[in-house]
Every structure is written in structure tokens, then in C-alpha cells.
Design a protein around this ligand. Structure first.
Ligand SMILES: [Fe+2]
Length: 140
């Protein structure tokens, strides 16, 4: 996986305050994982791994709900496909096995980090930016 360090890039901003701040919170979770990987998971505790999982599960619940509510409010036309992508990522996050994560944190966290980076480039950069494009046309 190429070098990506979860520094927020202003080009990802949608101009929808609540959603933007949630996306930035997601990047913080990514950065947290990245920092643990940088030190090869040395000293990482089960509590810390639990907190990461908790943060991610919470994120896919409240953030997707808010983003989907916003799409409904503006009658976004591609909402069905968008929600399907959310459901798929949510299922992945909810399926992460805590026991396996604690047993092989470096391997499992690397996999998780790669999945999050893929989500950024395949979903946030494309699908979420499309919401912005539609919203801009609506308000112009
Ligand atoms: Fe989305």
C-alpha cells in the first residue's frame, strides 16, 4: 500500500460542516492506527485495540446515519448505491474479530489500515464528493 498518513486534505472537504468534522474524526482514528503500526504495535494494549474498534463501530453508525439523512434531505439521486457502500463497509467493520486483533495486532491492524485507506480513495474521494457536486448545483 502506498504511503498515506491520514493528514486531512482540504480537497476532501464537502462544505457540510457536520459531515466534514465527522470525516476528520475518521482520519484521526486512521492516524491512531498508523501511529501504532509505525512502532510495530510494541506496547499496544488490548484496551487500546478495543478503543479503536469501539471508535470505528461508533463512527460507522453515527456518521453513516447523518450522511444518509443529509442525502435524503437534498433528494440525492444516487442514495441507494451510496447506502449500499455504507452497509458493506459497516459490515466489514462490525465483523472485525477482537480476539484475532489482540492475537496478531500488526497483521490485523495492517489489514484494517489498508481497508480504511481504500475506503478513503474509493468512497470518500468519489462517492462523498459526488454528494458535494450535487449539493453545489442545488444551491447555485
Ligand atoms: Fe458516504
Amino acid at each position: 500500500m502506498f504511503d498515506f498518513n491520514f493528514n486531512w486534505d482540504g480537497r476532501l472537504t464537502l462544505g457540510i460542516e457536520q459531515i466534514d468534522s465527522q470525516h476528520q474524526a475518521f482520519f484521526q482514528i486512521g492516524r491512531h492506527i498508523e501511529q501504532i503500526l509505525l512502532i510495530q504495535c510494541i506496547g499496544v494494549t488490548e484496551q487500546e485495540l478495543m478503543n479503536i474498534l469501539y471508535d470505528l463501530r461508533e463512527y460507522v453508525t453515527y456518521h453513516f446515519y447523518d450522511e444518509e439523512t443529509f442525502m435524503k434531505t437534498i433528494h440525492y439521486p444516487h442514495i441507494v448505491q451510496h447506502i449500499a457502500e455504507h452497509e458493506s463497509f459497516k459490515n466489514y467493520i462490525n465483523s472485525i474479530d477482537y480476539t484475532a486483533l489482540c492475537a496478531s495486532p500488526y497483521k490485523e491492524l495492517t489489514h484494517l489500515r489498508n481497508a480504511i485507506v481504500e475506503w478513503v480513495f474509493e468512497h470518500m474521494v468519489k462517492q462523498d464528493k459526488d454528494i458535494e457536486a450535487y449539493y453545489q448545483r442545488l444551491s447555485s
